[in-house]
Design a protein around this ligand. Sequence first.
Ligand SMILES: [Zn+2]
Length: 397
Amino acid sequence: MMKGMIVMNRQVQEAVGAVESELISFARDLVRIKSRTGREADLVARIRREMEKLAYDEVIVDKVGNIIGVIGNGPVHLLYDSHMDHVAVNDAEEWVHGPYSGDIEDGKLYGRGASDMKGSLAATVYAGHIMKKLGLAAGKTIYICCTVMEEDFDGAGLHRALVDNGLKPDYVVICEPSHLNIAVGHLGRAIYKINVKGVSAHGAAPEKGDNAVYKAAAIIGRIEELGRKYMAMPPERPSIALTKIESVSASLNAVPGSCTLYVDRRICPHETEEAVGAEITALIGDVDADWEIHDAVGQSYTGEEIVLHSYLPGWEIGHEHPLAQGCFAAYREVFGGEPRPYKWNFSTNGVASAKLGIPTIGFGAGVEKTAHMANEYCPVEDIVQACRFFALLPQKL
Ligand SMILES: [Zn+2]
């Protein structure tokens, strides 16, 4: 048994080694192609070319523009998810290597999206190829899913990939950067919109109105107080923050008749939508206001409307779950040590798969702290090692 496992790992290592330079040049290409949220068409074309070159069994581009490469047709379905979009570059002058250069220096691939998350994406595309070549997908159907619009609509692209295409994976691996560690969950998040009602009046006669912003001040004070209480709690705590205020008045000479507060609420896995909603109601207290969960609306590059209902529950997977155990086994084999599972401190597409009740876990190439920052990079070695891990995992499930 032990001997067989070692041979298998060595085979994977050799197979990845044989395509390493192609894998890295593919990752560099991905970094060089801009793919802001909702503008991923060029990247999709490049990924399709690579999947076809690598003889994927099937390549699907769906209604919203997700591209899904399929390997195998076995009964156990495993989906690897990487989002294709990246955040903007607003600080190009701070980049030592151009943000779309794809330069490699000291073993680091530089560029916007290198860690978040084109390095991992490239690794999954090549892992699919290795699985096919070595027969590692026997008894499995593998989906290499590259999704649109994660940065502004977390979960919406993957949700559409699953629902529109009728995919029912048994397991989902979110390949966001984890620097080759296993991520077993993260907090959820929600955006609440609190609408405060007032009465507009001429600024010269404010007594005839009821200033909605003054009324909102009481709610703002309570949000701040609750935020401080959460900040004082130990890690894996919820948080609440006021993130934006809007008010409506006829002119700068008019008392505002309404005011909207936007509140970012991070949610622990044990918290329910009802309980968090009750908390928002309590923050409003006796102020004349109501609340709703914010719906973010966008358009995919294919012209499809994407709606993100901004209540995204947190998720976590137990260490005893077969998916976690499979990942731990693959980890030991690839890295020769014990995994140290942890939780991500950011939201991912995992909110979509977890909400659908699909066992979900995280593993990826790249350094999460460089994501969304100037001089973002991904260690080249991470991409190679992640490819080995991804290729080996199906055998452990
Ligand atoms: Zn990401």
